[in-house]
Design a protein around this ligand. Structure first.
Ligand code: SF4
Length: 184
């Protein structure tokens, strides 16, 4: 196992929300997302204390990392607080999985990095705008995600950008792609 693999070994992934501002054709949590629509009684945002329990459990299991997944994790208003908790709990790899739409707001990117997020994984399925938006089911997603990646990238590469307190300031941006019949 090389250093990189060691860093991400034992990562625990937590589904923190079943709401999303996209409607991807291949979404594995789509059923829960649809149940949450116009249904206030459906628990589409997991309680804060439950996520804290997930983080505590990850630490107890000796995990090196924790990933906030969903649904769309950035739709949780308390995400920076949860990231901070994971950070002070001693987890090295703190990952946010997202469609990237919220990263169009640079101040928001800065907030997550300052809280301790050091791995940003963005769903990005095509370099063609119309295909990406078709796969993700919402027009404008491509433009927002591209601007979001530019924002993150400039923060990560700027000497005066904000450093994550986790892992000595090393912050990574990566994309995750799915191949679908609509992919080109
Ligand atoms: S961005 Fe993720 S959670 Fe949202 S619809 Fe697409 S696959 Fe599902």
């Amino acid at each position: 196992m090389d250093n990189e693999e060691n860093k991400t070994a034992g990562k625990i992934e937590s589904l923190v929300i079943f709401k999303c501002n996209c409607r991807c054709v291949m979404c594995s949590t789509g059923l829960q997302i649809d149940r949450s629509l116009n249904n206030d009684s459906y628990q589409s945002i997991r309680p804060y204390k439950d996520i804290i329990k997930d983080i505590d459990k990850a630490v107890k299991m000796g995990a090196k990392g924790f990933a906030f997944s969903g649904g769309e994790a950035t739709l949780r208003k308390d995400l920076p607080l949860l990231i901070r908790y994971a950070r002070i709990s001693g987890l090295d790899h703190i990952e946010v999985q997202s469609n990237g739409k919220m990263y169009v707001y640079e101040a928001y990117c800065r907030k997550l990095i300052k809280a301790g997020a050091n791995n940003f994984v963005i769903s990005f399925h095509s370099c063609q705008e119309n295909i990406q938006d078709k796969i993700m089911g919402v027009p404008g997603t491509y433009k927002q995600a591209v601007q979001g990646m530019k924002n993150l990238n400039s923060l990560l590469n700027s000497p005066n950008g904000c450093e994550s307190p986790a892992s000595g300031g090393g912050v990574k941006l990566s994309i995750r792609s799915s191949i679908t019949p609509k992919t080109q």
